[in-house]
Design a protein around this ligand. Structure first.
Ligand code: ZN
Length: 529
């Protein structure tokens, strides 16, 4: 397996404040980055902001500030939100930064010089909010934008085009050779059937109708089309085409580095069709994988500011903690599918999985070790009966399942596997009844075995959930007395290593939430928008 890893979120558009939908994508990407680091990978994690385009220019004019001032202000909020959510990105790229602008201009020149970009005139159906031209087939008889559903207008401009036609065969071959290039599979079929098969026209890669963009050096009345501009962030942040390109060599050019883009379904077309073509034209390799996640919706409607039902991550984190929100996002909606946010599910999930299952397991176990062994976990003597063997085997199986699922970006399923172990461990307490074992001198060895098996299960659960529970896992380790090499992931394979540790009873990891009160509380947060 490759030991180096490059993972990216999309760069977000600073036209408004970020909401929980953006937090969703970034938190999930962060979980992968943390997982890879935990497994000893050298990992580079990039996020950023996509700051050019007509919409920004218009919004800035309305706000009475320059576009740069407008985006500076909003992007400050991006950083604050990522800090709040413990996002461990290595870099944050802004498309208005000089290091990016220069690379975009150079890329444009390269594509122009190798003949893949040419100047011509374009007349077609244009969607202003999407900044995209569409064909007759795509807009249909009612002239509706296939992306946003708004009415499109006829527009004409002198523009540069990218020779899409030249790369269609190579693109289809890429899809065929690398079955995981676009996942889930349904998204790939959508690309082929909706966009490629009906006939892909050459792509307009410049605009003259506004100026807030990267000017084309050869013809400065044109700015580079926002999507060409934006996609290049994935390599400009690594120093592609500059003297300072060690990161690019390490995390992109090197075939031993696994490159993964995480993105939402609404921007698949640009990532799955045009981005590989641009890279082919530049003569550099394509990413290994593009993982398309679903949309997080408010019950039945897509989360959007206009509908007044946006969930703000700030009050959620303030009241329930960063771990609760991260856990909910990763666990509730199967990664890759669409899902809903609801106050009821949120409170329920925290109570069931975190307070009742994990928190309670830790609490009960630490109390028993304190009571029966004066706080020191007894020695490990192997599995002394069938119940012990069962939990021991399940713990080992959970680790291998978890790794397999995580390596395949199946994060929700991986968490479910850990949760099953936690539930099994709680049941193991009820089955073995340590409070009765302690009364019988002949059952001393059995009681000791129960304690060491329990603590090892909790230790493993804490380690496997560490990429998700960024503060609670450490608190869990603290209560179990985990230090030194036990903090390394590899120690989960060494069964019985918790023997001899000193446990300490501390506050509940996740206090149980009062269902009615907290559901009402979250509803109020949502209505305050
Ligand atoms: Zn549109």
């Amino acid at each position: 397996m490759k030991k180096r890893f490059y993972i990216t979120t999309p760069i977000y558009y600073p036209s408004a404040k970020l909401h929980i939908g953006h937090a969703y994508c970034t938190v999930l990407t962060d979980i992968f980055a943390r997982y890879k680091r935990l497994r000893g990978f050298e990992c580079y994690f990039l996020t950023g902001s996509d700051e050019h385009g007509q919409k920004i220019q218009k919004n800035a004019e309305e706000a009475g500030v320059t576009p740069q001032e407008f985006v500076d202000d909003i992007v400050k909020g991006f950083h604050e939100l990522w800090d709040l959510l413990y996002i461990s990105n290595n870099d944050f790229i802004r498309t208005t930064e000089e290091r990016h602008v220069k690379v975009v201009q150079d890329v444009f020149t390269k594509l122009y010089e190798n003949g893949d970009i040419y100047l011509s005139k374009y007349k077609g159906w244009y969607c202003v909010p999407c900044e995209a031209f569409w064909t007759d087939t795509q807009v249909g008889p009612d002239h509706i934008c296939p992306d946003c559903g708004r009415t499109v207008q006829v527009a004409e401009e002198e523009t540069y085009f990218f020779r899409t036609s030249k790369y269609i065969d190579r693109l289809l071959k890429l899809y065929e050779d690398n079955s995981k290039f676009i996942t889930p599979e349904s998204r790939k079929n959508e690309m082929i059937n909706t966009f490629i098969k009906p006939g892909l026209e050459d792509l307009c890669v410049s605009r003259t109708s506004f100026s807030w963009g990267v000017p084309i050096k050869e013809n400065p009345k044109h700015v580079v089309y926002v999507w060409l501009d934006a996609l290049i962030n994935y390599i400009s942040a690594l120093g592609y085409g500059t003297k300072n390109d060690e990161l690019f060599k390490k995390f992109w050019e090197d075939p031993e580095c696994e490159v993964i883009h995480i993105l939402g379904a609404d921007i698949t077309r640009f990532h799955a069709i045009y981005w590989p073509m641009f890279l082919m034209s530049l003569g550099i390799r394509c990413p290994d994988r593009e993982f398309i996640h679903g949309l997080l919706m408010m019950k039945d409607s897509k989360m959007s500011k206009s509908k007044g039902n946006v969930v703000d991550p700030y009050p959620l984190v303030e009241r329930y903690g960063v771990d609760a929100l991260r856990y909910y996002l990763a666990r509730e909606v199967s990664f890759g599918k669409d899902g809903n946010f609801s106050p009821e599910q949120f409170v329920e999930r925290i109570n069931v999985d975190l307070a009742n299952a994990l928190g309670n397991l830790l609490n009960r176990t630490v109390s028993m070790v304190n009571k029966y062994y004066e706080g020191v976990i007894p020695p490990y003597e192997g599995a002394i009966n069938d119940v012990d063997s069962e939990i021991e085997n399940l713990t080992k199986l959970t680790i291998s399942q978890y790794e397999k699922l995580m390596d395949d970006l199946k994060i929700t399923e991986a968490i479910v596997a850990v949760n099953d172990l936690v539930n099994r461990a709680n049941k193991y307490i009820d089955e073995t009844e340590p409070w009765n074992l302690v009364k019988d001198v002949e059952k001393k060895a059995h009681l000791a075995s129960v304690m060491v098996h329990l603590t090892h299960s909790i230790y493993v659960a804490g380690m496997l959930l560490k990429p998700v529970l960024v503060t609670a896992s450490d608190k869990l380790f603290d209560q179990l007395g985990i230090t030194g090499d036990l903090l390394n992931y590899e120690s989960v394979y060494k069964y019985g290593r918790t023997a001899g540790l000193h446990v300490t009873k501390k506050d509940q990891l996740f206090p149980r939430l009062d269902y009615e009160t907290e559901v009402e509380n979250i509803q109020t947060m949502m209505n305050n928008k």
